[in-house]
Design a protein around this ligand. Sequence first.
Ligand code: GLP
Length: 241
Amino acid sequence: MEVVIVQDAEAGGELIAETIANLLRRKPDALLGVATGSTPLPIYQALTAKVRSGALDASGARIAQLDEYVGLPAGHPESYRSVVLREVVEPLGLTEDAFMGPDGAAEDVQAACEAYDLALAQAGGVDLQLLGIGTDGHIGFNEPCSSLASRTRIKTLTRQTREDNARFFDSPDEVPHHVITQGIGTILEARHLVLLATGEGKAEAVAQTVEGPVAAVVPASALQLHPHATVVVDEAAASKL
Ligand code: GLP
């Protein structure tokens, strides 16, 4: 695992956007796995700036979603499908044809999960998976004690994660209890994992991820098992290393 300490979130976003740009220059139709939450926004902004300035042609890029709430209508502004289309797909000048994600509104959620794992494999696998980290060490929505070999499946959110994500909804009660997430085993199949963590609130989770044992109680520690994992942290998130 490679750990890179940068000054702040903006520097982290710029560094990772350059990594993605280099991937797309080498492989124009690369499949980019994207995460939601506040942390990766500087990456998407830096990448969009490269496209708009003409420094990068991202027109062949394909975008895959990491996780999704269950039960929100597809058009809900906080469904992760909506967020990824708004923050990544549209700013990069791509269309929904370039996008794939699990169907959080499916009647048969288990079948939707299996279909998504299959679709990822049929698309050739994820070339670079962006990850954030929850304050409890989760990646995607793989809460503590998720199996390190897990596949895409339905999960129940912890109270902590529902509280952390309540800021995106009008009231805390609106945060769904259930989600679909790529499993840890699914995530580990991506060719390159890039986790960005910023701010003091992530320092403990980062320390356990990087320096603690590989353990299901800290799902992000599974990155230690991957041959090509990069953890980019700002100085605040690195403060307990
Ligand atoms: C959610 C997402 C994760 C994200 C986490 C942290 O739980 N499912 O993918 O990493 O939030 O979000 P933030 O970056 O806003 O702290």
